[in-house]
Design a protein around this ligand. Sequence first.
Ligand code: HEM
Length: 407
Amino acid sequence: MAETALAQDMADADAFDFDPFDPRWYEDPFAAYRVLRRDHPVYRHATPQGRLWPHYWMLSRAADVDMALKDWRRFSSAKGTLIDTDISLIPPNIFNMDPPRHDELRAILSRILTPRRIADLEPAVARAARDILDERVQDGRLDVATDFAQLIPTLTMCSLMDLPVADRARFLRWNMDTLAGNDFTSPAALAAYGEMDAYWKQLVAERRRHRGADLISEILHHDKAGVELSDAEIAGFCSLLHDASQNTTMNMIANAALALGRWPVERRKLVADPSRWPAALEELMRFVSPVQGLARTTTCDVTLHGVTIPAGDQVLILYGAANHDETVFDHPERLDLDRPRVKTHWSFGQGIHTCLGAAVARLETRVALTALLDVMPDYEVDEAGVVRNQLVPTRGLAAAPIRRLQA
Ligand code: HEM
């Protein structure tokens, strides 16, 4: 995509001021990332009105992002992974933990999310995607964000966690209230956390009485010797599973549908040859980078490229900038389904917090987009109707209308 006038202004080193919460960057942050990688690899952003910190730092080069994600001793998650957020207000979950507790809890989930359990989801996801499209495509038009992508992860998690589908509107609202804003402990977010807590606790009490084959029952009755789970940790697991999967996957599916609409030659390659899907999926993951940035806190002074980040400061790790680093990917702003080395990307993180649901996310994205391309093999994006609502942690879409092209 062409460098925007905004980014050209920013290329002037003195004028450069990148704020990922500024809506001007939501549509195209990649030009700013280019300037960050080139001129400001360790970038300090002042936030005088910050809730907890008066500033935070950003890392954007692929090598630095990779290093920080793998070095949890110096780049800790224990003070949270959302920018400027007091995690004592949020239920405890493994995103916001360091070893040893992180590893103990992660081991429980990774033993339960088996390849077999994930593969078994495919028929239900495919059916849900087809049903949604049958119902929602009107006159060859569809909002792929609100009428499609938002619905797929919630239905998938209802299946994995055995939750009532009738509650899906409530799940989506909780997700939007907690993650789709600029203040992750806003009154709406805290109210949603309170409602979630009560919901999960009641559900956990039921599953203790009647064990099922779902993820929550398996967590409750896990067989990892010597690891006791508090009620707060179990509720945190439920909340994490739903939140981590909803926001990320819905934005992946919607942004990928937009990308395929904007790159018709690439889309037609997929329509003509679905055996391209495994490689195409990785390129789409790289290109879209649904999680653009999450934070760490330094546990000691860290000097990088001649700049010292003091101990105790928050650092925004820009996965999206790493995925578009020209030292790793030629022409990174090009969606290229034939790209070599496509396995190397940071969309699911790196190191001890690497996404535990990556296989679920890959399945949902592939199955949902395959269904979309079956129904609408040729479409274009109604650009005037696209509305973005966020950049970090996820690249959010409030509206993403597409329309079928006539053969
Ligand atoms: C396209 C969709 C998804 C993307 C892009 C994504 C991305 C990520 C990323 C970047 C992390 C690392 C966080 C960090 O570095 O601090 C992560 C962690 C995690 N993800 Fe995902 N995720 C997706 C879908 C899912 C799904 C569907 C699930 C559950 C079924 C899930 C469960 C988790 C969990 C439990 C963690 C925490 C792992 C830990 O802290 O050890 N994710 N995800």
